[in-house]
Structure formats: C-alpha cells, structure tokens
Design a protein around this ligand. Sequence first.
Ligand code: K2U
Ligand code: ZN
Length: 183
Amino acid sequence: MALRRILTVDSTADLAVLKQVSAPVPAVDDALRALMDDMLETMYAAPGIGLAAVQVGEPIRVIVMDLGDREATEEIPEGAEPTRNPTYYVNPEIVWSSEETAPYEEGCLSVPEIFEEVERPARVKLRYLNYNGEQIEEDADGLYAVCIQHEMDHLQGVLFIDHLSRLKRDRSIAKVKKAAKAA
Ligand code: K2U
Ligand code: ZN
C-alpha cells in the first residue's frame, strides 16, 4: 500500500482534474483493489472519513469511506481505538433521494480548512459494486447520507463549495490559496 497526494483547489492544475467527470470502471480487478487500498490508507492518514479517486488524481468512479464510530449508537469507551469499518464503492449510483433535506457543516480534504453548511437530501438509496465486484443496494441516512453524496459529487467534478453562493465559493478558494502560499 502507498500514500497518494491529495489534490487541492489552490493549484490550478489540481482544480482542473478535480472538475473532471470521472469515468466508469470496466472491471473490479486486482489493479483496482490496489488503488482502493492506497485510497483508504491515504484517507486514514489525512485523516478523513471519505475519499473519491479523483482526489488522488484518478478520475474514475470509485469511492472509499469509513465512518468509524461516528454513527455508533452505543457509548465508545474513553481512549478506545477507533473501529475500522472500511467500505468501497465502484460505479456507485444514487437510485432514490428523499424530498426531505438536512443541513450539515461540510469540509473537504481538497478544500483544506474550509467548513460551510450544505443542504442535501436526508436519505438516499445507493447501488454499487463492492471490493469484490458484488452488486449491493443500500439505504443511507445521517452522516452516511451526507458523506456518500459529498463523494458522489466529486465523481461529477462538483465540490461542496459549488453549492455555496458565488461569493462564498470564490472567497473559500482565495483563503485556501492564501494559506497554501503562507505554508
Ligand atoms: O471528500 C472528502 O474530502 C472527504 C471528506 C468527507 C466528508 C465531507 C463532509 C462531510 C462528511 C464527510 C472528509 O472526510 S472531510 C473531514 C471530515 C472528517 C470527519 C467528519 C467530517 C469530515
Ligand atoms: Zn471532498
């Protein structure tokens, strides 16, 4: 497994890649699984709870996620190691979205240090291929629904700041560029 560089909006070249519409994957094979392993390692190191392949420069329709204990209902013992429960999405589709929407303050590993509220459908139904190429159909709500929709946007070349006003979006990119220059 290897860590990959995460593309960020302060770079014009990176932004051009992030704005691409990702291509469907022809087959779930060992090469794809190796990329998904790298994506997961990169996501944990960031740290993050989701990552789309385009964010590591591979514009193909693949997402990895791990909500860890964030959706857990039972109390998590103090200092316990976060449980790892990675999930993999190849050629994912949202086949149904609720009319009901819910707000969530989102961030993005490609838009560092920017957090803004985005309104999205509260519940979605997904269809995708898993790590072994098996077809899965699943309902998502809560943080799972937020994260998968955020990642699905990436596959369309859409960043969460594209849901904001033009002014807020441009200010966000300017802030990321300023911070990158200062670093
Ligand atoms: O696409 C990404 O950059 C991954 C995001 C996924 C995400 C965005 C908004 C809301 C939920 C998930 C990163 O994981 S942002 C970091 C993060 C970490 C913990 C909880 C929420 C967001
Ligand atoms: Zn993101």
